[in-house]
Design a protein around this ligand. Structure first.
Ligand code: ZN
Ligand code: ZN
Length: 276
């Protein structure tokens, strides 16, 4: 059975994630290992880890992904932000290893118009450093919609994956970001081209997770705006076409949709995807 789940809150404690994912009938999950909007990161408390893992085993949940905080920018030329980015990721990765996470998913960051070439060496060095300072948890690069110099086109992911060349460096593709980046997931031929590109770029074997989101913004708009499943521009048929490609069949699906009440992925969205 394919793993279908969503991003859930840990407000009130790590083990709340178990309750929250069961409530929406998900079988895999993603969490923030702290607030996504503040730098502060702390190790999970021992008893929380224990209760969490107990729930994971009892309900056969997983994989568990951690999403890094949104402030991370590994391409920042501001030394303070850069150091905070690396340090927060090291703590997320360390927490990830403790809860047997399949990896920490990151938005690489933005070159803020300076161009990928001007920051690529810094990216390679910082990714290598994060991997060297941690163990037992993978680092997962997510594709970007491309707004404001955001790094994460297939070419850029491929460059970083191949340069760093670590078995612990993986890839996550977000359907809303792909669509906003200009890849029309509603068309069979552009999905086939995407799969060919992934093979060519050496990314297909690195793919460990799909973020399944409909897209509220237009094709090629480069705007990262998630919509509920079937309520965006990709639509039910497009999302269905995408996830049922044989190359993607075994990948866990994580929803990061707003939900009907803007509380995040809900049962209704999960049920729709299960029907695919
Ligand atoms: Zn995503
Ligand atoms: Zn997004």
């Amino acid at each position: 059975m394919r793993k279908i789940g969503g991003h859930v809150s840990i407000a009130g404690g790590l083990s709340k994630a178990i309750e929250n994912i069961l409530k929406i009938d998900g079988s895999c999950l993603q969490i923030f290992a702290g607030s996504p909007r503040v730098w502060l990161r702390q190790p999970f408390a021992e008893n929380e880890v224990y209760t969490f893992l107990d729930g994971i085993n009892q309900y056969r949940l997983g994989p568990v992904f951690i999403h890094a905080l949104y402030l991370v920018n590994l391409a920042s030329l501001n030394q303070n932000i850069f150091e905070k980015s690396v340090n927060s990721l090291v703590i997320d990765m360390t927490n990830g290893a403790r809860i047997h996470s399949a990896g920490v998913i990151i938005h690489i960051g933005s070159h803020l118009g300076a161009g990928f070439d001007s920051v690529k060496d810094q990216l390679i060095v910082s990714i290598q450093r994060i991997l060297a300072e941690t163990e037992g948890c993978d680092l997962i690069l997510e594709n970007a919609a491309g707004q404001n110099g955001k790094i994460g086109s297939l070419e850029e992911l491929s460059f970083l994956i191949n340069k760093v060349n670590s078995p612990r460096l993986k890839v996550c593709l977000d359907t809303a970001h792909l669509f906003a980046a200009g890849i029309d997931l509603r068309q069979t031929n552009s999905v086939s081209k995407l799969i060919n590109d992934l093979k060519q770029f050496n990314l297909l074997s690195k793919l460990v997770c799909l973020h399944l989101n409909d897209c509220a913004s237009d094709l090629g708009s480069h705007r990262d705006l998630h919509a509920n499943i079937g309520e965006g521009k990709i639509g039910l048929e497009g999302l269905k076409l995408f996830i049922n490609q044989k190359e993607f069949q075994n990948l866990p699906l994580i929803l990061e949709v707003p939900g009907d009440n803007k509380q995040g992925p809900d049962l209704k969205n999960i049920i729709l995807v299960k029907g695919f």
